[in-house]
Write a protein that binds this ligand. Structure first.
Ligand SMILES: Nc1nc2c(ncn2[C@@H]2O[C@H](COP(=O)(O)OP(=O)(O)OP(=O)(O)O)[C@@H](O)[C@H]2O)c(=O)[nH]1
Length: 318
C-alpha cells in the first residue's frame, strides 16, 4: 500500500512517515499543494494524508483538485490532518472531498486504525466495482441474446419488429425511402424431408449467414422472421438499391451451392419479395411488410429463385 503524506513541517513529515512505514506501507511525500497534485498523478497512492495549512494553497483546494483528477471508477481516501479543529473546518474538509479529519497532534494508534478502516472500505469498493462490471457484461449478453435468434444468431423477430417500427418513423421524419426484403427458402419442407431436420437447421444457418454478409451498411438489419423466412430492413434505400441487394443475396446463395435434390433448381434457392416506400403521414410499417409479402408470394408463383419488386406488381395490375 502506498500512502501520500502532504505536510510542510519537516518534523511532522518525519514522524508521519515513521507511522506509515511501521504499518508496512510505503510513504511518498509532498511539502506543497502543487507537489501533492503532481505526485498524486504520477504515483497513484492508495490513501492521502493531507495537511490543511500548506505554503502555496490550502488542503481543501488540494482535495477538490485530487477528486477532479480521479477516473470514474477510482477512489482514493483522503484523511485531513489539521490543527484547525472547529466544526466548520471539519465540515469544509468533508465537503471539499475528504473522507476523515484528524486533529494534530496525531496519535499513531488512531492514525493506524483510520488507515485500516479506509483499507477495508477500499476492498469493499473494489469488490463492488468488479461485481458491477460483471453485471454490466451479463446485461449486455442478455440484451444480445434476447435480440438474437437461437438457431442462426442473427436478429430475431422481436428485434425486427422494434427496428422496422423505429426506422419507419425515422424515414417519415426525414422523408427518406425505407426498403424491406422478405426472403423464403424454396422447397424447404422437401429439404428437411430429404436430408433431415439437423441438415435443415444447418442450411438455415448458412442462408442467414449469406443474407447477413451481403448487406454492407451498418444500418441494414437481417432478421429471422420465422421458420424458413428471413427479412432484411434497409433504411435510406429506394427500390433500385433493394433490388440490387436482393439479387446479390440470391447470387451469393447460388455460389454457396447447397445441394437440394428435391428442388428443380438442384440447390438451395431463395424467393425474395421487395418493397420500398417513403412513409406518408397515414401509412403504417405493416403496409410495407404486406407489400413485400405479396411480392414474395408472387416470386413463389412465378417459379421461385427470383426477386420480385412490389412496385412492378402494381405496374402489372394497372
Ligand atoms: N430444419 C428446420 N426446418 C424448419 C425450421 N422452421 C421451419 N422449418 C420447416 O420449413 C418448412 C417450410 O415449408 P413450407 O412453408 O411448406 O414451404 P416450402 O417447403 O419451403 O416451400 P415453398 O416455400 O413454397 O418453396 C416446414 O417443413 C417447416 O417444418 C427450422 O428451424 N429448422
Amino acid at each position: 500500500m502506498k500512502i501520500l503524506i502532504v505536510e510542510d513541517t519537516r518534523s511532522n513529515l518525519l514522524v508521519l512517515t515513521q507511522y506509515v512505514e511501521r504499518l508496512g506501507a510505503t510513504a511518498v511525500k509532498a511539502e506543497t499543494g502543487a507537489q501533492a497534485i503532481e505526485i498524486f498523478q504520477s504515483e497513484h497512492p492508495d490513501i492521502v494524508l493531507l495537511d490543511v495549512v500548506l505554503p502555496d494553497t490550502d488542503g481543501f483546494a488540494v482535495a477538490q483538485r485530487l477528486r477532479g483528477l480521479e477516473r470514474a471508477e477510482n477512489w482514493t481516501p483522503i484523511i485531513f490532518l489539521s490543527s484547525l479543529g472547529k466544526d466548520e473546518d471539519i465540515e469544509r474538509g468533508i465537503a471539499s472531498g475528504g473522507d476523515d479529519y484528524l486533529h494534530k497532534p496525531i496519535s499513531e494508534v488512531v492514525l493506524g486504525a483510520k488507515i485500516r478502516a479506509m483499507q477495508r472500505i477500499i476492498q469493499m469498493r473494489t469488490s463492488l466495482v468488479v461485481l458491477a462490471r460483471k453485471l454490466d457484461t451479463a446485461n449486455q449478453e442478455l440484451k444480445r441474446l434476447s435480440a438474437s435468434d437461437g438457431l442462426t444468431g442473427i436478429a430475431n423477430r422481436r428485434l425486427f419488429d422494434e427496428y422496422i417500427s423505429r426506422e419507419w418513423r425515422r424515414a417519415r421524419r426525414t422523408s427518406n425511402s425505407i426498403a424491406l426484403l422478405m426472403c423464403d427458402v424454396d422447397h424447404f419442407k422437401l429439404f428437411n424431408d430429404t436430408y433431415g431436420h439437423q441438415a435443415g437447421d444447418d442450411c438455415l444457418r448458412q442462408v442467414a449467414g449469406v443474407i447477413q454478409r451481403t448487406m454492407e451498411r451498418a444500418s441494414d438489419v437481417a432478421a429471422r422472421y420465422g421458420g424458413e423466412e428471413f427479412a432484411a430492413i434497409l433504411p435510406e434505400t429506394a427500390i433500385g438499391g433493394a433490388l440490387f441487394v436482393g439479387e446479390k443475396i440470391r447470387h451469393a446463395l447460388h455460389a454457396l451451392n447447397i445441394p437440394h435434390a428435391g428442388s428443380p433448381h438442384g440447390r438451395v434457392t431463395l424467393s425474395i419479395g421487395i418493397a420500398a416506400q417513403v412513409p406518408d403521414t397515414e401509412g403504417l410499417h405493416d403496409d410495407l411488410i404486406k407489400a413485400a409479402d405479396r411480392a414474395l408470394y408472387r416470386a413463389k408463383h412465378e417459379g421461385r429463385d427470383r426477386v420480385v419488386r412490389a412496385d412492378a406488381m402494381l405496374a402489372d395490375h394497372e
